[in-house]
Design a protein around this ligand. Sequence first.
Ligand SMILES: Cc1ncc(COP(=O)(O)O)c(C=O)c1O
Length: 376
Amino acid sequence: MNKIPLATPHMSKEGYEQQYVKEAFDTNWIAPLGENVNKFEEGIAQYVGIKSAAAMSSGSAALHLALKLAGVKRGDIVFCQALTFSATINPALYEGAVPVFIDSEEETWNMDPRALEKAFEKYPETKIVIAVNLYGNPAKLEEIKSICDKHNAVLIEDAAESLGSTYKGKQTGTFGEYNAFSFNGNKIITTSGGGMLVSDDEEKIAKARFWSTQSKENVPYYLHKEIGYNYRLSNICAGVGRGQLKVLDERIAKKTAIYEMYKEALEPTNELTMIPVPEDSKPNHWLSAAIINDDKITPEYIINYLKEKNIEARRVWNPMQLQPIFAENDFIKVAEEDVSKMLFERGICLPSDTKMTEEEQRYVIEEIKRAINNTK
Ligand SMILES: Cc1ncc(COP(=O)(O)O)c(C=O)c1O
């Protein structure tokens, strides 16, 4: 059996990506911007149903500029979901802001709106909230948004993992004032590396484009009044993205089938409980994550067992309140025990590669069952 990976790039069988990249070569539009960037931005905006999009060199760059658009200042508190990848919150540190972390709830694994309310009671002046849609699962975005509105705070959605997921029929990445997608290599579609900042505020997106190209003023010489960044996506990478966008629905369908096959095979026999599909949501199922029901069996044990069988599985994100870099930062929860810590300690991400065949997935399932049975 070949290695079964967690999630790898999956180009279209039609070769759309190569076609767009070739067009860039043929017109010598290798750099900096060009037709692929424009069309990729339009394509994403149209797909998710938002007015404006700016293609960035990474999801992290998109999040950084989202925070700047939200008006972050040195010393400001920023509320951020605790259970996430560090990339969600690093931009707040670049800007000298102070993250306060919000625990998850079990229904979505994302920011608990009750903990967010509690955080506003403690820090009523807070003006920025970053929610994340982990593993493609939408957070309780409407509730979170209305709490932000009540406190005059700007919501930023880190939709890096959730392109194509919907909540109450609306695409994720459209609930925040500013929202970020990632096209990193392991994401549901990839540009090898890249991201997109989206918003209904076209002027603000134009501002982000300006910052992302070194804040060069529109005069015939080099004039800078603001700090700038080299954050734009290249026309080559955008060509890959344009092609990938054509197969996004296909990828979501396959990821959903993968999730359902795990659920059918592993839940009735009580080995694992899959990450729940939240009410009113249609996740893209980017990664099929799960909880190991027997708390005497560690994720590490199963991951190492699967590794021996050439199968890649991973831990769930290690929440920010447990990270040494954030030892001094506040963490707000409502449950007695941290939900995010429990998800980290008992969670596992299973192979969710869209190139995985059903036969390969059956093999993965058998090996998970065997790993667990061996402990009995
Ligand atoms: C939740 C989350 N936020 C942000 C990022 C950062 O995206 P990028 O790797 O494109 O910078 C990622 C993925 O890498 C992510 O999973």
